[in-house]
Design a protein around this ligand. Structure first.
Ligand code: FES
Ligand code: FE2
Length: 370
């Protein structure tokens, strides 16, 4: 561990400044994965799912912050809370899927917890003179809601979500999307991808690859360097784009019906591992997250949100377009991982004019691992 991380930390600082990427070892080594789990995924806010899943008291859903299993609940008092989804008896996962029973019952021996995490019942515990139920509530974590999104943090003492979001909600609104106008539609989740989570995030941080890798996307949006907006804020990065003139005037077909109030595409990556994508047209948003389950294994989820009156046809066209672009990326990021894990590639070289958002992300990562 020391060799891989400690010995190179000073070198990496200078290499990032000089435009080099993080060392390739940081994309496959177990020691880096463990350090990321401790320093990032155990203590930072992560997207969990749609607030629709806990819109009513008594509803709950399981999720994970990094490797930490959590359950998000809404209590009778209306409060949204999160707890570690591990039974205090012998460690079984308490809930496996979404529910609305108003209590959380472990399937192993039926210990039952309230939506406030307290242990309400433990069969036969009355036969144990020294057993005190009050000592065995679910361990607390944190949950907060922003618009239609629930975020969780495994650290019960984490600073509020607003300190991570900063002015991202305002930036999204300024680019023309009102998050209160989208409703959760569906979650897409794939088999675990054979990539380090950072390869997935970094692919989302530049459109330098768009003209060669995404011909349909590039026909639709103006991805030329002077037209493509890129900004780094303290906790997130933003890319914005406009539709090509020929798409607007109808000379070139659009991939879906582009009529609507949203005029710009937006792609915001919120540190550490979630992206919000908006395409021009009627209100829409996809939320992508990359959750590592190993140094070279990542669970990618994509939650689709649309305006409640979006037509089936619009949704089908939109998703066909999105799947086309996503499929093009999937092949490329797997190929990047192969190169990074080969052992013969020390690090890459960024083009800082086009890939400065990757440089920001890698700097945040470096600082988090210090
Ligand atoms: S492990 Fe949960 S009730 Fe036994
Ligand atoms: Fe891409």
């Amino acid at each position: 561990m020391t060799n891989v991380l400690e010995a190179v930390l000073q070198d990496v600082d200078q290499q990032l400044t000089d435009g080099f990427t993080l060392p390739a070892t940081w994309y496959w080594h177990e020691a880096v994965f463990v350090r990321e789990r401790e320093q990032i995924f155990s203590r930072m806010w992560q997207y969990a799912g749609p607030s629709d899943w806990i819109s009513e008291p008594g509803q709950y859903f399981p999720c994970k912050a990094g490797q930490t299993p959590l359950v998000v609940t809404r209590g009778d008092d209306g409060e949204v809370r999160a707890f570690v989804n591990i039974c205090r008896h012998r460690g079984c996962a308490v809930v496996r899927g979404r529910g609305d029973k108003g209590s959380l019952q472990c399937p192993y021996h039926a210990w039952t917890y309230g939506m406030d995490g307290s242990l309400r019942a433990a069969p036969r515990s009355e036969r144990e003179p020294s057993f005190d139920r009050a000592e065995f509530g679910l361990a607390p974590a944190r949950a907060e809601v922003w618009g239609p999104f629930v975020f969780v943090n495994a650290d019960p003492n984490a600073a509020p979500l607003s300190e991570t979001l900063r002015d991202l909600p305002a930036a999204i609104a300024a680019s023309g999307l009102d998050v209160s106008k989208v409703r959760f539609h569906e979650r897409a989740q794939w088999d675990p991808q054979p990539i380090n989570w950072k390869v997935g995030v970094e692919n989302d941080l530049e459109c330098y690859h768009c003209s060669i890798a995404h011909p349909g996307f590039t026909r639709f949006l103006d991805t030329r360097p002077d037209a493509w907006g890129m900004e780094t804020q303290s906790t997130y990065t933003s890319q914005t784009g406009l539709m090509r003139e020929k798409v607007i005037d109808g000379t070139v077909d659009s991939p879906y019906d582009i009529n609507g109030e949203v005029k710009r595409s937006q792609a915001h990556v919120l540190w550490p591992n979630v992206a919000f994508h908006v395409l021009p047209g009627q209100h829409n948003m996809t939320v992508m997250s990359w959750r590592p389950t190993g140094p070279q294994q990542t669970i990618v989820t994509q939650d689709f949100y649309f305006s409640p009156d979006a037509s089936e046809e619009f949704i089908a066209d939109y998703r066909r377009f999105d799947a086309e672009v996503g499929g093009e990326d999937e092949v490329l990021i797997a190929a990047v991982q192969e190169g990074l894990s080969s052992g013969v590639f020390p690090h890459g070289r960024l083009l800082l004019d086009s890939e400065n958002l990757i440089a920001s992300f890698q700097r945040w990562l470096y600082e988090a691992l210090q």
